[in-house]
Design a protein around this ligand. Sequence first.
Ligand SMILES: *Cc1c(COP(=O)(O)O)cnc(C)c1O
Length: 459
Amino acid sequence: MYSTYKTIIEPFKIKSIEPLGFTTREERQEALQRADYNLFKVPADKVLIDLLTDSGTGAMSAEQWAGIMRGDESYAGARSFFTFEKVIKDLTGYKEIIPTHQGRAAERILFNIIGGKDKIFLSNSHFDTTRANAEATGAIAIDLPAPGALDFDKSSNFKGDMDLNLLEKYLKENDPGQIAMVILTVTNNSLGGQPVSMKNIREVNKLCKKNNVVLFFDAARFAENAYFIKLKEEGYSNKTPKEIAKEMFSYADGCLMSAKKDAIVNIGGFLAMNNSDWASRAKEIEILGEGFPTYGGLAGRDLEAIARGLIEVLDEEYLNYRIKSVAYLGDGLRKHGIPIVEPPGGHAVYINAKKFLSHILPEKFPGQALACALYLESGIRACEIGSLMFGKNNNGKFVPAPMELVRLAIPRRVYTQSHIDYVIETFENLAKKKNTIQGLRVIEASPVLSHFTARLVPA
Ligand SMILES: *Cc1c(COP(=O)(O)O)cnc(C)c1O
């Protein structure tokens, strides 16, 4: 068990370091203009503290780096694949394990098998690439978050839950053959990194079974979800995160995972399932695009690092530090009156830009405006999750997203408490001059996943 001291320390020491990108305000102003106010286009060496995403940005452990050297690069049947397969089978209990180069490749392969025109995907909330891959097959992706999930000011334990009444309604109203699958995203990334309770998982499973519909997890942050269950759900405080994760997986028919999150690696993903027909079709598609099914677009060394990361992420010292250090950032922002999505999520704190910058209308992208102001102020990079990402253009009419958030995602094992204090101090300063922050206007955007490439100018 951990120390009883109040101070939460990083449960690791630093072996290898990388300098931060210090810049002047003028350099940042120029970088922003060059990037068309799209932070995805700002070169990383002009970023001081990079909170754009927790995806693929984690620091690997000495053991993972050792695994990189141990990697077996045989084309077929590499030893590293069997290590990878064994760890994932042990964790999930699923029979078929298929590596992919990242999460969206797993989505693309799976949805090509089960998606299609007029099929329906139901989720607590689809992640952006998950939605895009479902829609690319002609299917419809519907989000059914629990009531209250969009009430950002109100804190409760499991705001990532799925709305069971709506799920039941959709399952009743549609032919089971029409529902491609139900996907529980753990934790719920799009709505604040909020966890899904075991109770909700169990109930969703029951409804799916009753209606003959398949249930999968989008398991990118399964370990953070498991730890929240341990902390907040009755009956789980004495269980290990691994026992809880295993129970979660036991209620679904399979999962897809971006290993760039809770496997703490820089690249990778996988599909895991019990349905052997789907798995053999998945392997056929895999060979066309990803590679032979025992490496799936990855090197043997990547498989080793993922296998090791999946073990390390379930360590209680790590999860305790992880969840509490994200909460620490939330506490700091709250102290300076910054409205955040309550409570802080597992991997990120989300700022409610609609509320913070209430003088900027949704069509002027308050989330993106805040993210740009944050960068300009001190070189911190964050990600808009609002109308730039999810807004729609309906025959020339702008349809805003239901939320205007800025996500401060915390890379795993990368930044220390003093980095986070710096972020908090930046927001203290921004809060004082928030009325000077102006909105933005899109001058060019692609039809799919436009936030990655859109060009903007000050409105
Ligand atoms: C990151 C992520 C994905 C997509 O994974 P990539 O590895 O980025 O392709 C899918 N779902 C969720 C919930 C994610 O966070």
